[in-house]
Design a protein around this ligand. Structure first.
Ligand code: ATP
Length: 456
């Protein structure tokens, strides 16, 4: 079965996962709204990430920094000067394009690190055309800074501020505060989840490339000599995460960045790419950023950002590994991997989303067979019990078969059906989403059975 983006986009809207944003005004660029099920899925991803990396590891803690930071932050980090993409405009139809993407699509050449003039030359020499109208009448390649600027009400030196293009920098700014207020020992990491903003020249592919998106990022502070070993540790951690959220191993690939094309401060970067329906694209990244960021912030702020070893008294600017996870790309990959269309033995078919239970937007659906004779009341009792597992649903309308299909389509791992026998013998039917098998269990054992089979 081929999963196309058309199918994913249509299903996402129909089932309340992701809506086109501002639709009543005719839509607005690349804006989207996570609907009732989509916001549950997204929140479950973020909550599991926090649990997995912040709570369950002794060497990690978290912060929640601001979106608008002191503007000097972005001078120190190099974003004001260097956070650029190369743009080219079509003089005929006025379409603006990523010059590097245009060249890569036409010639398969990676333009990372190439000066604007060389990319312009590649476009001209190879008669590369506008991706929209096919004209060769294109402008020279220019740099375009991806940071959104905003003006503060107060006037003066800092009245121009930026919406953060990544969450990581707040972690560097608070490095000393976290160190002084916790008892963390080397090596240790600080994680953060939050919005980031990038004025992308060509947003697109649904929620893959957005102007406003969320990241889950870690800065892991280390001694320089440990970087290689700990880089491998984080590669394993990121792979384990991909497994745990249900991404197929054969759809996740490592992409080692070319040594010559790395930024001057980065010694190694490996992306995890995922086979999206529109191609193999970056899902996550892991970078060894040396001690560049902390050193820059020391220089620009005049404050020391060092770690002192209590045993040796040695003081140094820590080096850093940066595992970074895009939330929206995770949502998209999880949906694409979970989406299945199955033909059934009775000649019918079903759409079923095989989310791992911990991410499923609805954990358990409780279905009273009839709307009468005390069945809804009994179902309420069961509903109150199963809510310990998280967001649950009570569905009382339509035939039972239709209700099962409805739950399959939003990926509910298990349904609990209340029928007339329930009133007599205190037992219910549980129906598994993936196997569609049904079995009868006592209400008194229900929580144990569901806990062990689905939510342990
Ligand atoms: P790309 O090459 O696709 O533009 P990037 O290398 O610039 O991505 P990073 O700066 O490493 O991305 O950002 C960290 C993570 O944030 C990415 O791995 C991705 O998951 C996510 N991300 C980056 N840009 C966007 C965007 N415009 N929309 C949605 N997610 C994004």
């Amino acid at each position: 079965m081929l999963v196309t983006m058309d199918k994913i986009v249509g299903w996402s809207k129909r089932k309340g996962f992701i809506f086109p944003g501002s639709e009543i005004y005719g839509g607005f660029g690349n804006s989207y709204t996570y609907g009732p099920y989509g916001s549950e899925l997204k929140n479950n991803i973020k909550a599991y990430w926090w649990k997995r990396f912040i709570h369950e590891r002794e060497d990690m803690t978290g912060i929640d920094g601001d979106i608008i930071l002191h503007p000097r932050t972005w001078e120190a980090s190099g974003h004001v000067e260097g956070f650029n993409d190369q743009q080219v405009d079509c003089k005929e139809c006025k379409t603006r394009m990523r010059a590097d993407h245009l060249v890569e699509d036409a010639l398969g050449v990676d333009c990372e690190g190439l000066p604007d003039e060389e990319v312009s030359k590649l476009i001209k020499d190879n008669n590369i055309k506008c991706s929209k109208c096919g004209s060769e009448n294109l402008t020279e390649v220019r740099k375009f800074n991806l940071m959104f600027q905003t003006q503060m009400a107060k006037v003066g030196e800092n009245s121009t501020a930026y919406l953060r293009p990544e969450t990581a920098q707040a972690i560097f700014l608070e490095f000393k505060n976290v160190l002084d207020s916790t008892r963390l020992k080397f090596p240790f990491g600080i994680g953060q989840i939050g919005k980031a903003f990038r004025n992308e020249i060509t947003p697109g592919n649904f929620i893959f490339r957005r102007l406003e998106f969320e990241q889950m990022e870690i800065e892991y502070f280390i001694r320089e000599e440990d970087w290689e070993e700990l880089f491998v540790m984080w590669q394993k951690e990121m792979k384990a995460w991909c497994d745990e959220i249900g991404l197929s191993r054969d759809k996740c690939h490592d992409l080692e960045h070319d040594k010559e094309k790395l930024s001057h401060y980065s010694k190694r970067t490996v992306d995890i790419e995922y086979d999206f329906p529109f191609g193999k694209k970056e899902l996550y990244g892991l970078a060894y950023r040396t001690n560049f960021d902390l050193s820059q912030h020391e220089k620009f702020s005049g404050k020391k950002l060092r770690y002192r070893d209590s045993e040796t008294n040695e003081e140094f600017v820590p080096h850093v590994l940066e595992p970074t996870f895009g939330v929206d790309r995770t949502v998209l990959a999880v949906i694409c991997d979970a989406y299945n269309e199955e033909s059934l033995e009775d000649g019918t078919s079903r759409v079923v989303l095989k989310f791992v239970p911990k991410l499923a937007p609805v954990k358990v659906a409780v279905l009273p067979l009839m709307k009468k004779d005390g069945l809804p009341k009994k179902a309420q009792e069961v509903f109150k019990k199963v809510k310990v597992f998280g967001n649950c649903e009570m569905d009382i309308s339509g035939t039972i078969g239709k209700r099962y299909r409805r739950q399959d389509e939003v990926g509910t791992p298990v349904c609990v059906t209340i029928d007339y026998d329930t009133l007599e013998d205190e037992s219910v039917t549980i129906r598994d989403r993936d196997t569609m098998e049904q079995k009868r269990v006592k209400i008194s054992e229900l929580l144990n059975i569901l806990g062990e089979s689905y939510f342990n």
